[in-house]
Design a protein around this ligand. Structure first.
Ligand code: FAD
Ligand code: SIN
Length: 524
């Protein structure tokens, strides 16, 4: 058994930011299931949205967020996040994270879909890699922080593990730490902690095509759901309109929206503009609208991809502004200054997640969540581009401040038993796991994708029920592996998405059903 003050699960922007803030107040252990740098953070391209200069205003950023969120954001959360943004950005800069500047010394701000102003701080077209680099450097220099790679959190520990009956109605469920599978020794270790933070990222791998790395299997959300904690807004899955069409590549390579912000135009397979049919903001309309328009055009033409045309921006601007995209496409024989870029939508961001309050605390005591695994109310029905890195730093900060205030009154629970693996046998048929994962991804992509219907949701639920039952049977008799546990988590997230989508009898934000007309909510 290991004991720490703060247990952090996940080493993306949310986990690392929290760890740095609490490290002067106790022993911190950061666990991550892959290499330290792996996670969605390092793939972020566009940047971080924040009001930096007085040519912009908090009110405009707030309004853009509320509009993109289809009028169902939590307005207080939106106000808090956006007004706290500049302070948090200054901290990133103090950590040595670099954002691009113009020759006159001012920050070079980009614009993305749904933003009424240029307000995206970025580092070329690989902002996330720069953020992750800077944070990891700080983490490695802090004597109170231990970061351990290849540690897979299986379950959070609650009263349930002490033999008590816990249901969704149990008041005061408490978290005592987590059971963690060491991927090298294959042993499950017990981590006891006063405070635990889940920063496990999203669940894009519920779908066949996703921009998310393989680590994004919704582990945190699934753990909280099993522990009878609260999860919300899971129906709102954001599909990014423009991932590079390159079948079989995982994750799907993203073509940043900033390229459309710089003037690139969406075109049909015949090379014709089409966004005028869908929205007056054309290629820079919010993502839900653009993704649905692309989906519709693909269905009309039967094409597997459409095009993004950036040729008119010129070779120099493309190579300097978007060096990674330029190089990646060139590698595949696409010279984006001469050729249009083949694109298609891909599952990109989970707007819902573990329900947290404004301090990042979940419905389970001493358990916090931050970053993409959490549901703060900032995104409502649809996330505004580049608001997620922002949400992660603001909520990591607030969670850290709250945890520091409370930790002196929390003690370690010493009654927790070790993980029980008695009587389990090795699963000798990996195909049972790999094939089921593919089946799950296909059913979610076909029936619970960009456009949904009652009939498709019902069919998805029926198919999922069978997959769930088979996988639970396998899990109960098998020695634990990361692959099997991830599959269970993907199934749990798929269930939460289908359940939430089926309960919502309207089309709003990212949840669009052919059975219900779109709802326009009033925004003050
Ligand atoms: P992540 O960075 O995904 O980190 C999750 C961590 O948890 C990883 O370390 C993972 O290994 C670990 N983990 C997961 N499960 C377990 C487990 N069971 N046990 C132990 N460890 C576990 N947002 C923006 O605001 N601007 C952008 O420009 C932008 N571009 C994007 C581009 C791409 C291609 C993608 C995929 C996303 C983009 N996003 C962007 C979204 C944004 O990057 C993510 O929402 C954000 O980085 C999530 O950070 P996080 O810390 O919550 O999770
Ligand atoms: C992008 O660069 O287009 C992604 C931005 C985001 O997901 O916020």
């Amino acid at each position: 058994m290991k004991e720490v003050d703060f247990l952090v699960i996940g080493s993306g922007i949310a986990g690392l930011s929290f760890a740095l803030k609490v490290a002067d107040y106790g022993k911190v252990c950061v666990l991550t299931k892959a290499d330290a740098a792996e996670g969605s953070t390092r793939y972020a391209q566009g940047g971080i949205a924040a009001v930096i200069y007085d040519t912009d205003s908090f009110e405009k950023h707030i309004q853009d967020t509320l509009v993109a969120g289809a009028g169902i954001c939590d307005e207080e959360t939106v106000r808090m996040t956006i007004t706290e943004a500049p302070e948090r950005i200054k901290e990133l800069i103090r950590y040595g994270i670099r954002f691009d500047k113009r020759p006159d010394g001012l920050y070079d701000l980009h614009r993305e879909g749904g933003h009424s102003n240029f307000r995206i701080l970025h580092h070329k077209d690989n902002t996330g890699a720069e953020v992750e680099r800077g944070l990891l450097e700080e983490i490695h220099n802090h004597p109170n922080i231990e970061l351990i790679e290849n540690q897979y959190a299986v379950e959070i520990i609650t009263q349930h593990h002490l033999g008590q009956w816990v249901t969704h109605h149990t008041p005061d469920i408490e978290c005592y730490g987590a059971y963690v599978l060491d991927s090298r020794t294959k042993k499950v270790e017990t981590y006891l902690a006063k405070v635990t933070l889940l920063a496990t990222g999203g669940s894009g791998n519920v779908y066949t095509t996703t921009t998310n790395p393989l680590t994004a299997t919704g582990d945190g959300v699934a753990m909280v759901h099993r522990a009878r904690g609260k999860v919300a807004d899971m129906e709102f899955v954001q599909f990014h309109p423009t991932s590079l069409y390159h079948p079989g590549e995982k994750p799907a390579f993203l073509i940043t929206e900033a390229l459309r912000g710089a003037g690139a135009i969406l075109k049909t397979i015949k090379g014709e503009e089409f966004m005028q049919k869908y929205d007056s903001r054309l290629s820079l309309a919010p993502r839900d609208i653009v993704a649905r328009a692309i989906d519709n055009e693909m269905k009309i033409s039967g094409a597997e991809y459409l095009y993004l045309d950036a040729r008119h921006l010129g070779k120099r601007a493309l190579m300097e502004g978007f060096p990674n995209i330029f190089a990646k496409c060139l590698d595949l024989g696409i010279n984006i200054s001469n050729d249009m870029i083949p694109i298609r939508p891909a599952a990109h961001y989970q707007c819902g997640g573990i329900l947290v309050d404004r301090n990042g605390e979940s419905s389970i005591r001493h358990l916090y969540a931050a970053g993409e695994c959490s549901r703060t109310g900032l995104h409502g029905g649809n996330r505004l581009a580049s608001n997620s890195l922002l949400e992660a730093i603001v909520y990591a900060h607030n969670a850290a401040m709250d945890a520091i205030r409370k930790i002196k009154d929390i003690s370690i629970c010493h009654e927790v038993p070790d993980w029980n693996a008695e009587g389990l046998v090795f699963n000798e048929e990996m195909v049972l796991v790999t094939q089921t994962r593919k089946e799950l991804q296909e059913l979610m992509s076909n029936y619970v994708g960009i456009v949904r219907s009652d009939l498709r949701l019902k069919r998805a639920y029926d198919r999922l029920s069978l997959i769930y039952k088979e996988t639970e049977d396998l899990y109960k008799r098998s020695v634990l592996t990361e692959e099997l546990s991830e599959l269970r988590n993907l199934i749990a997230c798929a269930y939460l998405i289908i359940r939430a989508a089926s309960q919502r009898k309207e089309s709003i934000g990212l949840h669009y059903s052919v059975n219900y007309p779109p709802v326009e909510k009033q925004i003050n």
